[in-house]
Design a protein around this ligand. Structure first.
Ligand code: C5P
Length: 398
C-alpha cells in the first residue's frame, strides 16, 4: 500500500500517455496522493482537466507560471514528493534527464529533485533500441534512476518489440517497491561483481569466466531490502541491477580505487572474481609477430587483494565484510582458512568443480562460513541465494 505517500507524476507526450490516467486512479486507490505534471507534448494526449479530475490535485504544466511559482516554487514541488515518477517517459525526456537539460517544467523538476526517480519508458521499438537512447538509459541507470519496463508487445504504430509502456498496475507495484522502507533503509552497501580485465596490449587482456550473475543478484536483493547500493562491476554481460549506483571498471586496480572511493559503507560484499595477477607493463602498442618465431614474454605482478585490504582497514572498515570462495575440493577447510587469511567476517563458499554445474549456471549451493562455524545452504537459484544473504546481512546490521 501507498498510504500517506506523495507521488509527483510527470506525464510525457507518448501514445501510452492515456494509461497515466489509469495510473493516477490506481495509485490513489492504493492510498497515494498524486500530483500531476504534464509536458507540452503530454498535453496533446492527456488534458490537464482529466488529470486534475482524477487526481483531485492542481496540475502543473508551466515552468514560468507566476501563480504556480507564488503558490509553490518548482524546487519545492520537486522535493515535496516521496518519489518522482515519469510515465510515459519518452526518448526526449530520457535524453534530457541523461544530459542534465532543463528547458521546461518537467525536466527542471527532474534536475532539481532530491528524491528517487522511477521512469516507465514508452516509445517505438526502433527508437528504444537506438544506440543514443540506450546510451541515455545506461547513463540514467548509472545515476540510480529506477526503470519499470518497457515491455515487449504489439505497439500502436503496428510494430512489435520492446518499447511498450508497462501496465499501470505494474508501474504501481514498482512504485511500492521503490518506496518500501525495508530493513536496510539508510544503510550503504558496496558490492563488487564480475571478472576483471587485465590488459596485455590495447587489444588483448587476461580475464576469467565469471558471469557476474551472483553479484548482480546480491546487489538487487540488497536494494530490494532498502539498502543504498554501490555496485562496482568489471566487464560482465549480465543486465545491470536497477535502482543502484553502478560503477563500471576494467582492472583490479580500478576496482580497488572505486571501492575506496565508495566507502564508507555499513557492509561490503566482494563477489567479483578479481584477477590475481596483472601484466607488469602492458604494451601501449599491439604486440606483433616479428617473423623470427620469438615468443612474447609477459611479466606479472600481483594485484591488490581488495577483500583483504578493506578487511584490514582501521577506522573506515565496514561493520560487515563478506568475501567469496570458489573451491573445487575440501570446501569448508579452504574457505575457513581463507576467512582467517583475508580477515573478513563471512565467507560465502561454493564448490565449483565442473560436475556441480554451478560456474555459469543459474543455481548455487553455498556454505556460509562465519565466526560461528560453517552453515550449509541447500542448492537453490542464485536469486534465492542472494535474497537469503541479503536477509542475513540485514539481521547482522540491525
Ligand atoms: O583468494 P581468492 O581469489 O580465492 O578470494 C576470493 C575472494 O577475495 C572473493 O571475495 C574476491 O572478490 C576477493 N578478492 C579480492 N581481490 C583480489 C582477489 C580476490 O577482493 N585481488
Amino acid at each position: 500500500m501507498l498510504a500517506g505517500k506523495r507521488i509527483l507524476l510527470i506525464i510525457g507526450g507518448g501514445v501510452g500517455a492515456f494509461k497515466s490516467l489509469t495510473l493516477i486512479r490506481t495509485l490513489r486507490e492504493r492510498g497515494a496522493r498524486v500530483v500531476p505534471v504534464i509536458t507540452k507534448a503530454g498535453q496533446e494526449f492527456v488534458t490537464p482537466l482529466s488529470a486534475a479530475a482524477l487526481s483531485a490535485e492542481k496540475v502543473y504544466t508551466d515552468l514560468f507560471s507566476l501563480t504556480d511559482e507564488a503558490e509553490m516554487g518548482h524546487i519545492e514541488l520537486s522535493r515535496d514528493a516521496d518519489l518522482v515518477v515519469v510515465a510515459p517517459a519518452t526518448a526526449d525526456l530520457l535524453g534530457k534527464m541523461a544530459n542534465g537539460l532543463a528547458d521546461d517544467l518537467a525536466s527542471t523538476l527532474l534536475l532539481a529533485t532530491d528524491k528517487r526517480v522511477l521512469v516507465a519508458p514508452a516509445m517505438n521499438v526502433r527508437m528504444w533500441e537506438h544506440p543514443a537512447v540506450q546510451r541515455n538509459v545506461a547513463a540514467l541507470r548509472n545515476d540510480g534512476v529506477l526503470f519499470a519496463g518497457p515491455t515487449e508487445g504489439a505497439m500502436a504504430c503496428g510494430e512489435f518489440g520492446p518499447g511498450r509502456l508497462v501496465e499501470p498496475d505494474e508501474i504501481a507495484d514498482a512504485i511500492e517497491a521503490a518506496l518500501k522502507g525495508g530493513p536496510l533503509a539508510g544503510k550503504h552497501v558496496v558490492v563488487t561483481s564480475g571478472p576483471t580485465h587485465e590488459p596485455i596490449d590495447p587489444v588483448r587482456y587476461i580475464a576469467n569466466r565469471s558471469s557476474g550473475a551472483q553479484g548482480t543478484a546480491i546487489a538487487q536483493a540488497l536494494s530490494a531490502l532498502g539498502a543504498s547500493v554501490t555496485f562496482i562491476t568489471g566487464p560482465a554481460d549480465v543486465v545491470r541491477p536497477t535502482g543502484v549506483h553502478v560503477i563500471e571498471v576494467q582492472t583490479a586496480q580500478e576496482m580497488l580505487e572505486a571501492v575506496e572511493a565508495a566507502l564508507p559503507a555499513e557492509a561490503a560484499v566482494f563477489a567479483a572474481a578479481v584477477a590475481d595477477w596483472r601484466v607488469v607493463s602492458a604494451s601501449d602498442r599491439k604486440i606483433k609477430k616479428d617473423g623470427s618465431g620469438a615468443l612474447p614474454v609477459l611479466d606479472f605482478a600481483e594485484n591488490p587483494d581488495i577483500l583483504a585490504t578493506v578487511s584490514a582497514m582501521g577506522d573506515g572498515r565496514p561493520q560487515l565484510v563478506v568475501g567469496f570462495a570458489a573451491e573445487t575440493h575440501d570446501v569448508v577447510e579452504h574457505a575457513t582458512a581463507k576467512r582467517a587469511r583475508k580477515g573478513c567476517d563471512w565467507i560465502v563458499a561454493n564448490d565449483v568443480s565442473p560436475e556441480t554445474g554451478i560456474m555459469g549456471g543459474s543455481e548455487n549451493a553455498v556454505i556460509l562460513i562465519s565466526e560461528g562455524g560453517a552453515e550449509d545452504w541447500p542448492r537453490m537459484g542464485k536469486d534465492e541465494v542472494a535474497r537469503k544473504l541479503a536477509a542475513r546481512i540485514a539481521e547482522a546490521l540491525a
